[in-house]
Design a protein around this ligand. Structure first.
Ligand SMILES: Nc1ncnc2c1ncn2[C@@H]1O[C@H](COP(=O)(O)OP(=O)(O)O)[C@@H](O)[C@H]1O
Ligand SMILES: [Mg+2]
Length: 362
């Protein structure tokens, strides 16, 4: 898949922006707070309908405007796609593919695949479990429609159940109403657990050789899926945990408490790894994500590298750039000199300054 162009109206700090892209490497450079990340965010939103940094559409609408329009043109094989998105204050977003409006974001899945990589991702190993769950969710939502639907339902049920726990804690007369929510929690939650299990298994097979290469054969990385509860034991855990849930007014069992543990040479890297080891493992995870998508989706993903190259030493920079190969890539950075010096290939460059992007030809 290749993204050919992007048009933004009233998105973040862009009043009106139109960009054409190279199928190779596109670089956006400029000072801080000029709108570089906003461009990558826009691509991600057009491709997945979700932002990597906010769940509130209104944040992305330009200050003082009521709605934002975005259009992305892409090609996959010989077929062209036009994706239109409209973000509206206080209303659901409008989405259309080739001028036909679609109702569910899941219909976009499979059209393209997007990997976002920012400096925050380099701390995924030592961050809290929520970040590692977010990684699984962002990835699986693009790979698996069943997962996307199950996750949406699970989150809704969880939210409803927690609200009901608060009501029942005050007034337990309608306790039986909890049964319906418990049953749905287990149904959707078990689907998530099953899909995550397979995902981690596949990811492990891919990440092991990548990390071995990255560490010059010195380290062997493995990921284990730390389930909060087994799918087969989930129903009992929910029933048995009900009293505690009512005291805490919160659902304490389920895949919303899952985690991933990264181990190298029998060391849990989150707690005992050096910062260097943690960052290498995080980089391997991103490289594995790229490989996984190529394999599973049978298509090359689009890579969005937000300010990340300057965070890596030159060995790791090269490992990343080597694995990109012919993937279409969008890079943001503040200084362009370092790339030119190290001889990285850039096909198209844009200078970004206060909501304008100007193509710089050489
Ligand atoms: N909804 C919005 N409307 C207008 N400007 C916005 C909006 N959201 C963010 N901005 C502006 O976008 C700029 C940050 O853009 P960003 O792409 O993150 O910068 P950087 O070039 O550092 O990556 C800031 O100046 C911020 O005020
Ligand atoms: Mg930025």
């Amino acid at each position: 898949m290749i993204i050919n162009s992007l048009k933004l109206q009233n998105f973040r700090n862009y009043e009106d922006l139109e960009l054409e892209f190279s199928p190779g490497t596109n670089l956006f450079y400029g000072d801080n707070a000029q709108g570089k990340t906003n461009i990558l965010e826009a691509i991600y939103v057009c491709g997945t309908t979700k932002s990597h940094r906010t769940s509130r559409d209104r944040e992305m609408i330009r200050f003082g405007s009521d709605d934002a329009h975005m259009r992305m043109m892409m090609t996959k094989g010989d077929i062209s796609y036009r994706i239109d998105l409209q973000l509206r204050k206080g209303r659901a977003k409008g989405i259309a593919v080739n001028m036909a409006s679609i109702r569910r974001a899941a219909e976009l899945i499979g059209l393209g695949h997007y990997i976002f990589f920012s400096p925050q991702d380099l701390s995924i190993i030592r961050d809290g479990p929520a970040e590692r769950r977010r990684f699984m969710d962002m990835e699986l939502c693009q790979l698996d429609k069943v997962y996307t639907a199950a996750l949406t339902s699970y989150n809704k049920v969880l939210d409803q159940r927690n609200k009901l726990l608060k009501v029942l804690a005050e007034d337990p007369r309608d306790m039986a109403t909890l049964d319906v929510w418990d049953e749905q929690l287990v149904r959707y939650g078990s689907m998530l657990i099953g899909i995550r299990e397979k995902f981690v298994e596949t990811l492990n097979a891919i990440i092991a050789p990548i990390h071995e290469k990255l560490s010059a054969g010195r380290e062997h990385l493995s990921i284990s899926y730390e389930k909060n509860v087994e799918a087969s034991a989930f129903a009992d855990a929910v029933a048995g945990g009900r009293r505690r849930d009512l005291i805490l007014c919160s659902t304490m069992n389920g895949p919303h408490k899952d985690d991933l543990v990264f181990t190298s040479e029998n060391i849990d890297l989150r707690h005992y790894g050096s910062q260097g080891q943690q960052r290498s493992a995080a980089l391997s995870l991103k490289l594995a994500e790229i490989e996984l998508v190529k394999k599973k989706a049978g298509d090359s993903p689009v890579l969005l590298l937000d300010d990340v190259l300057s965070e890596l030493d030159s060995g790791r920079q090269h490992a990343l750039l080597d694995s990109i190969g012919d993937i279409q890539t969008f890079i943001t950075c503040t200084g362009i000199e370092e790339y030119e010096k190290s001889g990285f290939h850039i096909d198209r460059r844009y200078h970004v300054a206060s909501g304008h992007a100007e193509q710089i030809r050489q």
